[in-house]
Each structure stands twice: as structure tokens, then as C-alpha cells.
Write a protein that binds this ligand. Sequence first.
Ligand code: SF4
Ligand code: SF4
Length: 351
Amino acid sequence: MEKKQSLHRQGIILAAADAQVKVLEEKNCDLLPFSKKVAESGTGPLLAAGIDILQINIGYTCNLLCRHCHVDAGPDRKEMMTRQTMQECLNALDKSAIKTIDITGGAPEMNPEFRWFIERIRITKADATILVRSNLTLLTDIEKYRDLPEFFKQQRITLIASLPCYIREDVDHMRGEGVFDHSIKALKLLNSLGYGVEKSALELNLVYNPEGPSLPGSQQQLEQEYRKRLFEDHGILFSHLYTITNMPISRFLNDLLENGHYCKYMTLLAENYNALSVQNLMCRTTVSVGWDGTLYDCDFNQMLHLPLVKSAPQHISKFNEAILSNRRIIVGQHCYGCTAGAGSSCHGSLL
Ligand code: SF4
Ligand code: SF4
């Protein structure tokens, strides 16, 4: 599977984070700066409103190379959180009131300290909701990860699994050949353990994102469609579907630029700006931790290397809940991706 995806990657020109920020700032497509748009609608400047979620990116390595990936993750990425930085995250959690820990990557399971870290989080925060974002394929495709579903169950992990469509050809086109079949196999395995099954406490949430430069449809309607098709075609059950708008970052940004769709897409996002979504933006209640412990307002700002406002602590070792809970959020043109239509976040639509 990996070889074919490497070939697929050859057509992609990857831009460094600072070059991406430059494109977003300079190629403005006659749009208002996002900060002005927010101010104009009476909801700016954007401020944090506490910290409900600590989202921890434990590494950019992934066995896949999805076309839409905002992390630019892949088998060749070596950035990986160390046990020491994980310990700093645990120290921060220990003294905080945070109740949800969201473990992401890359494929977070590929960090050799993954199981150690999950076990320690569970000890540190016995009642916390621990989310793991899995691409599913690892769970059935690679031998050493095959016992992870049992581990997830033991640790009461809530799973968030990407499945951008219920049609094999579409998924394989976006994520690589064979991905759909491995995902279906993994979902069946998880169902057999009680994940996603009605009345089970083991949540299995799926993530949809559009294939191209368009907005996702209604989350509610798509969830119904997914439920019907996945059950009728494969006997699969799941808890919820999250729809996520493709962010103009990394590979998706490159795709937009290469295909001449950049301004069209940014205009679509801006024309669908929804002021009601602003109060619910995930950055208002989340802090994102990078693989090296650097703090960001969200995973998207992390990928653009946009640090927190200077008055806030910059590293997890300096975690200060009170200051972080009231920080000003750093925004850019990519933020239009979070406020379009029903709004978008790592937990689906905002409205
Ligand atoms: S979208 Fe997820 S599964 Fe795909 S390459 Fe990125 S991190 Fe890996
Ligand atoms: S991209 Fe990040 S900072 Fe910008 S609105 Fe979305 S969540 Fe907030």
C-alpha cells in the first residue's frame, strides 16, 4: 500500500509553513482579512473561553499519504513526541481541570511511546475522555498494531476514525489503494468489541471531509446516509459522523494552487462566513500541543507554525491554565475554513 502512495505523492509540491502563511496573507483574492471579518460581525477579537480539550499531536509519521492531509503526514516524517515531552503533558494535565485529551498525529499509534502515554493519561485522569484519532488501516494492515483495538477497549478510549466516504473508489482515490477495504475490516473488528454499537459506552465516531474544493453537506443528513450505506453494505455500526471542511493548508493548499482553485475556494469559504459559528470555534476551548511540546491555538495553526500570542506560555512545560484560558487567539485567512456554512472543527460542524 505504502509504495503506491509514495508514487502518488510525487505530483505534490509541498510548501514550508512560512511559505504557506505568505500565500495565505499575500494572495488575498479580494477578501477581508479574517480578523477584520470577525470584528465586523461583532465577535472579535477572538478570545479563548477556558480549556476543555488538550489536543496533543504526538507525531507526524503516518502509514498513509492522504491527498487532503493538513499535517502533511506520511511514512517519511520523523517528528515524534518523546517520553519526556509526554511526561510534561502529564504534569500539565495533573494540575489542570481539563477533562478531554485528544491524541492525534499523523497516525498516533505509530509513536513507540503511544501505549505508555495512554496508560499514564488514564492513571493521571481516571475519569477523563481520551480521544484517539485513528486512520483505521493500521489496526488490520500491520501485524504489530493488531492488538490495539483490545487495548483501546481496556483503556476506554473514544475513537475518531477518518472515513471520507462510504464508496471504495472515492476513499481509495483520496487515501490510497486498499485503504477502504482495510478500514471496513477494522470497523467490523471494532464493532465486534462493542465499539459503535447501540447503548455501548465505547464510542466510534467517523470523519467525513469533501473530496475537492467544496463545503461539506449537512452533518445530520450525511450521518443518516453513512448509517444506511455502511450497515446495508457491510453490517457496520458507528456512533456519530463528524463533517470537517478541508482547510487551505499543506497538501490541500498545494492542490488548490496547482489546479488554479485557490481564490475560488477561499471565496466560497468567505462567502459562506457564518458569524454564529464564531462562539463555538474549537480554538476558544482547546490548546494544541505540538510533537516538541510547543503550544498552539489549534492543530491548523500548529501546521502553519503560528505560535500563541506572546503573553501566553509557549511550551507545555510552562503550562498555565489561567493565562491560556484567557489568551487572544492568533488568526489568519485559513480560519475562514472554520467559519464557513455550519462551521467546522476537529469535532465536526459547530452549529
Ligand atoms: S489525513 Fe490522517 S491518515 Fe491521512 S495522511 Fe494525514 S494523518 Fe495520515
Ligand atoms: S484555524 Fe484554528 S485559530 Fe483559526 S478559527 Fe480555526 S480553530 Fe480557530
